[in-house]
Design a binder for this molecule. Structure first.
Ligand code: M6R
Length: 655
């Protein structure tokens, strides 16, 4: 008996994965890749290396540092140039050593790491146990190792002729062509056909050094193409220090990587071509660059990130340019309603987009949390445009909303920061935010990129549909292009916000109020504070407060109010000033974010944070900044890790 089965269900998700095959010591490559991937999950970590006819594994609960310490202290040598590693984020059950990846089969010859959920694992597990297999962990992943054990043995018993489906007929991503499908590759694709759910799998076999095999369905997997080496990873940051050449792996595909080449098959064994691309940022972009935390670096990078999102968006003919467009202008003219689907911070960007899209295009626009979208059976058809916003391009809730929309024949436009990720690949048109890698779990610079991208999409729709003239669009773009400078100026004035945040480190709760586009900004400020400082924080439409939440106000409660411009939205401005007075009259400590020159708020602001004046729809690009700084500094004052807040992961690849 290798272990006991408990009733506890432990699933593995949202993890960081790296596989390596080449000439370098695999353990070093894998550990350095895991350091870059740890933001994807940090409940436990593990590695496996094949060398000298031995498959060695090591795994530990907790952060990667725990595993590295154990490896250092034990002096464990893991020689070999074929290896893989995993950082885990679990949904159920304890993140223990036993549940950490890699998982192995009964013989100890097969090792598997996994990201996603295998939904039918319980029935597969019962089947395996009935056949005499002993499973030691509570994970869904372990069933794959045992299924592979069976499949590899079956193919070996059947003989070489039966175990290769495509001899000589291959697609090599780079280097020399590879001769024929490897037995582990064949076994993996056969096993994958039995799995339900979402998964990225990477597999090593003790008897097959020099080969690492991966597969994906609804979960990310990208290949790094080096010279005499290859990488399989959750995202390019894992191998960016080694190569910037990458290969996309499509849905329901298996990839076999060897030092001399990479071969991709579909789950039926038919060779397929992957799409190669060059990563347009380098390893330094994914390093802290002298900042103590990625989040601080990423906040400071916002002027450049915003400028990169906006760069080159107006063609010489004066038209807004998307990055990919598989729809005609007529398709866009036929649109009669817009849905925006997204999660978390991206959802807040979508809420801001609604104001711009409705104002500029006169199309009705609804914004919906992606996790709710498909379950309420929304009314969609080919004249519906669904805009999916996702930094990672892998958020499963958003991906499933996209798939549902496409099944209903709706058109899908993706706003995404990650080239080669799944959501843009599943969409009809794409606008990339080009903010570079964002490592801190809290979205900062990519939020600004998303807001700017939404504004561009609004202008694109208005122009294509003939609602705005070319010169009007050009004037908006011109004003947008001045925003990075205003962002830089705003970031230069946030020191008092840091001081204020430190003084509130012991506060129990903070409320955030806003109206119009200030309302999503309030929601974003509250989300940042929740996820970073673990503090109760809520965002409300300022006008809604009197319908209930005002009962929460008690003496000393910090209330942040995002004030609209007195010039752009004069009627709204007056109402928000009244709302500030309402909470102050009940003892709240008011923290007011208002544009330069707005003197009306001064009598009612216990703390006044100034931002540069700009047009109403662009204001979130500056009003959000003090809120990011506020949450980050308050969390640091509480002694918390702002890059890897508890319970979270950067890319949420489960529903
Ligand atoms: O990768 P996505 O933009 O699809 O991620 C969506 C959310 O999970 C994400 O914005 C999350 O809310 C952030 N941690 C917020 O800072």
């Amino acid at each position: 008996m290798r272990g006991t089965r408990t009733g506890l269900r432990t699933l593995s998700n949202m993890c960081g994965i790296i596989g390596y095959v080449g000439e370098q010591p695999a353990l070093e490559v894998v550990l350095s890749g895991l350091r870059r991937l740890e933001y994807r999950g940090y409940d436990s970590a593990g590695v496996a290396v094949v060398g000298g006819g031995v498959l060695r594994t090591a795994r530990r609960a907790g952060r990667l540092a725990n595993l590295e310490k154990v490896l250092d202290e034990s002096g464990e040598q893991m020689p070999g140039t074929t290896g893989m590693g995993h950082t885990r984020w679990a949904t159920h059950g304890g993140p223990t050593d036993v549940n950490a990846h890699p998982h192995t089969d009964c013989t100890g010859a097969v090792a598997v790491i996994h990201n996603g959920i295998i939904e039918n694992f319980a029935e597969l597990r019962s089947e395996l146990e009935a056949a005499g297999h002993e499973l030691s962990s509570e994970t869904d992943t372990e069933v794959v190792a045992h299924l592979l054990e069976i499949e590899i043995a079956r193919a070996a018993a059947a003989g070489p002729a039966a175990s290769s489906v495509s001899s000589g007929s291959v697609s090599s991503g780079f280097g020399q062509p590879v001769a024929s499908e490897h037995p582990v590759t064949e076994a993996l694709r056969v096993v994958c056909r039995r799995l339900r759910g979402a998964f990225t799998l990477v597999v090593l076999h003790r008897d097959h050094p020099g080969v690492v095999v991966g597969a994906r369905r609804n979960s990310p997997l990208v290949v790094g193409l080096g010279v005499g080496e290859a990488f399989l990873a959750s995202d390019v940051s894992a191998f960016i220090a080694h190569t910037r050449e990458a290969l996309e792996i499509g849905q329901d595909q298996v990839v076999e990587a060897r030092p001399e080449g990479v071969t991709v098959y579909d789950f039926d064994g038919t060779p397929v071509e992957g799409r190669r691309y060059h990563v347009d940022w380098d390893a330094s972009a994914a390093e802290k660059g002298g900042f103590p935390y990625f989040m601080l670096k990423e906040i400071s990078e916002q002027p450049e990130a915003l400028a990169d999102t906006l760069r080159g968006r107006l063609s010489s003919e004066g038209a807004i340019v998307l990055d990919e467009e598989r729809l005609s202008d007529q398709d866009f003219r036929d649109i009669d309603k817009v849905f925006i689907v997204a999660c978390g911070t991206a959802y807040h960007a979508g809420l801001i987009a609604k104001y711009a899209i409705e104002h500029w295009t006169r199309l009705p626009c609804e914004v919906e949390m992606a996790s709710e979208f498909r379950y309420r059976d929304p009314v969609l058809d080919r004249s519906t445009l669904v805009i999916a916003i996702s930094q990672s391009g892998e958020t499963l809730d958003t991906l499933m909303a996209v798939k549902h929309a496409r099944e209903q024949k709706a058109r899908v436009l993706a706003i995404c920061n990650t080239n080669g990720s799944t959501i843009p690949r599943e969409s009809d048109a794409v606008l990339y935010t080009r903010c570079g890698p964002e490592v801190g779990v809290a979205a900062t610079k990519t939020f600004l990129g998303q807001v700017a991208a939404c504004l561009l999409v609004g202008l694109f729709l208005a122009q294509t549909r003939g609602v705005l003239y070319g010169d009007e669009v050009a004037a908006y773009v011109d004003r947008l292009q001045r925003m990075p400078e205003l962002v830089r100026r705003t970031l230069g004035t946030v020191e008092p916000v840091r001081e204020l945040a430190r003084s509130l480190a012991d506060a129990k709760a903070v409320l955030f109020l806003g109206r119009h586009v200030g309302y999503p900004v309030a929601l974003e400020g509250a989300l940042k504070l929740k996820e970073l400082a673990y503090m109760h924080a809520e965002g409300f439409p300022a006008g809604e407060l009197k319908h209930g939440p005002i009962a929460l106000i008690e003496p000393g409660l910090p209330v942040v109010v995002v004030v609209p411009s007195p010039r752009g939205r004069a009627n709204l401005h007056g109402k928000v000033v009244s709302n500030i007075q309402e909470v102050r009259a009940r003892g709240a400590r008011t923290i007011v974010i208002a544009e330069d020159g707005d003197t009306d708020v001064e009598p009612y602001a216990d703390h006044l944070i100034r931002v540069p004046a700009t047009s109403s729809l662009f204001a979130p690009l500056v009003t959000t900044l003090p809120l990011q700084v506020f949450a980050c500094e308050l969390a640091l004052a509480r002694g918390l890790d702002v890059d890897q807040p508890r319970n979270l992961a950067k890319s949420v690849t489960v529903e």
